[in-house]
Design a binder for this molecule. Structure first.
Ligand SMILES: *Cc1c(COP(=O)(O)O)cnc(C)c1O
Length: 383
């Protein structure tokens, strides 16, 4: 709490808008998922700045929790973890270019081999560098993003047995529809993945670490847990979609708060903000907050968003601007400096990431990853 207090003051001097991340909640979420999927293990997904929570800080917590692996999307995310001293194995899930391979080897990051050509390139680079590359093979079972199609996976697996400078540590696939109510396509993908894994059985070889489940599949498709699961949004305490009820007790770890920087009375009939789309129906008190779409507070939420002031919800009125929003508080009171909650809880009121996603007609993933780096992150707990 001391750390939070001090950094909050430091942030307030610069700008009152901030994201607060409770690292203890992330730890609880990790343990809840681990308990649910055991004996499978958990690889938290930290791509896109750990879904907006802060890559390095979350990486350190995940390491302290004793997780076996971290997953990220891009090479530079893995490099950043290494630069900040995170030693845990890191799998880069996304597609790669041959020119990136030496950087993977130097930083001891695990590569995704998504085609025979890429696997050969990894083998060649590793041989030249006198190193052993660690790879996970990527099988496309129906997402059609990256990976070898399940119907031609045998070539990749055979090639992997020939490699001398590559250690095939894992094999994985990714679901396109694991968060849907209808799981027929997810089940079909899992069946195709098992077909591919038959390769090892036929040769009496132990398969490498098998993984498939994202948040939707962790919650909905127990048979997909295999050796390792890859929770993203669930680790951050968000249900994958509103269709998927929370079967695992996770909580939102992130709050987004700001403070009132202006107070005024708007006369009846006066339009507010660009375009004048909202007109005060009666004389009303309006406060202005220093946050806008330039911070990731989506402009598409204009006319739908609400915030919490003094424990009560009020509507954002008029168009959301790049750096400011206006909130009508009726005839209630608020003062300059009052803390306002955009996401999270204040008193009995709360605004969830899922609800905000509804206002913006998007999914919680996009809400979290849209909160701009302009917004400072403040941490609580985690010791
Ligand atoms: C992003 C991602 C995940 C995590 O997805 P969530 O829906 O947030 O759980 C898992 N695996 C891969 C390959 C991903 O790209």
């Amino acid at each position: 709490m001391t750390a939070l207090h001090e950094s909050t003051i430091a942030t307030d001097e610069l700008r009152p808008t901030r994201v607060e991340v409770d690292l203890d909640v992330l730890a609880e979420n990790y343990r809840a998922i681990a308990a649910h999927v055991a004996p499978a293990r958990v690889m938290p997904i930290l791509k896109a700045n750990a879904y907006g929570h802060g890559l390095v800080e979350v990486g350190r917590v995940v390491e302290r929790l004793g997780a076996p692996y971290i997953g990220v999307a891009y090479l530079e995310e893995g490099l950043r973890l290494r630069q900040h001293g995170v030693r845990l194995p890191v799998l880069v899930l996304g597609g790669i270019l041959g020119s990136q391979i030496p950087r993977f080897l130097e930083a001891d990051l695990t590569l995704t081999a998504s085609s025979v050509d890429k696997l050969r390139a990894i083998e060649e680079h590793a041989a030249r560098a006198g190193r052993t590359a660690t790879v996970h093979l990527k099988i496309d079972t129906g997402m059609e993003r990256i990976g070898v199609h399940w119907y031609s996976a045998e070539m990749l697996l055979e090639e992997s047995l020939r490699c001398r400078h590559v250690r095939v540590e894992g094999i994985f696939t990714h679901f396109a529809n694991a968060d849907a109510r209808d799981l027929a396509h997810a089940r079909l993908q899992l069946e195709r993945f098992h077909e591919t894994l038959g390769f090892y059985e036929r040769r009496s070889l132990p398969p490498p670490l098998r993984h498939a489940a994202n948040s939707g599949a962790i919650v909905q498709l127990r048979e997909s847990h295999l050796d390792l699961v890859r929770p993203g949004v669930l680790f951050y305490g968000v249900r994958p979609t509103l269709e998927v009820a929370a079967a695992i007790p996770v909580r939102q770890a992130l709050s987004w708060v700001t403070r009132v920087v202006y107070f005024k009375v708007v006369r009846a009939g006066q339009p507010v903000s660009y375009g004048g789309e909202w007109v005060a129906p009666a004389q009303t008190r309006v406060v202005t907050l220093p946050v806008g779409y330039g911070d990731g507070y989506a402009r598409a939420m204009s006319g739908r968003a609400e915030v919490i002031v003094r424990g009560k919800r009020y509507p954002v009125v008029g168009r959301i601007c790049m750096d400011q929003i206006m909130v009508s508080i009726g005839w209630d009171s608020a003062y300059n400096g009052d803390e306002v909650v955009l996401l999270g809880r204040q008193g009995a009121a709360g605004i969830s990431i899922e609800e905000m996603a509804g206002w913006a007609s998007t999914i919680p993933h996009e809400i979290l990853t849209s909160i701009n780096t302009r917004v400072p992150r403040v941490y609580r707990g985690g010791t």
